[in-house]
Ligand binder design. Structure first.
Ligand code: HEC
Length: 89
């Protein structure tokens, strides 16, 4: 099982891969019902920096009444950055 996770993660460390999977699950369970890629890839998308993305994630966590911890907000921010925005090279 660990081998599979490591393989799937490619160059990511095991810790980062765990973080990524957890954040993906959070996003898929709570956010994807409204949007997935269209919101993050549309023309004129609202977010243009990593801090801006984190603020949006934090405010969605409030809107939806989830009350994510800072750690969860950071993890989902990293997940979305990796998947869609690529603010972090
Ligand atoms: C009730 C539906 C709904 C839910 C639930 C929802 N969103 Fe959204 N989200 C939207 C809509 C509609 C937009 C586009 C309009 C806007 O910018 O406000 C959006 C936009 C965004 C954006 C900005 C995208 C961009 O670059 O312009 C982010 C980031 C985002 N959502 C994250 C989340 C996260 C994280 C969650 C889960 C905690 C979440 N959303 C849950 C409806 C939703």
């Amino acid at each position: 099982m660990i081998g599979i996770v490591l393989l799937a993660a490619g160059s990511m460390s095991a810790r980062a891969a765990e973080d990524f999977d957890r954040a993906r699950a959070l996003y898929e369970n709570h956010c994807r019902s409204c949007h997935e890629s269209w919101a993050h890839t549309r023309d004129g998308r609202a977010v243009d920096s990593l801090d801006g993305l984190r603020m949006r994630v934090a405010s969605w966590s409030l809107h939806t009444g989830l009350g994510w911890t800072t750690e969860e907000i950071n993890a989902v921010t990293r997940y979305l950055d990796r998947r869609f925005y690529q603010f972090t090279p």
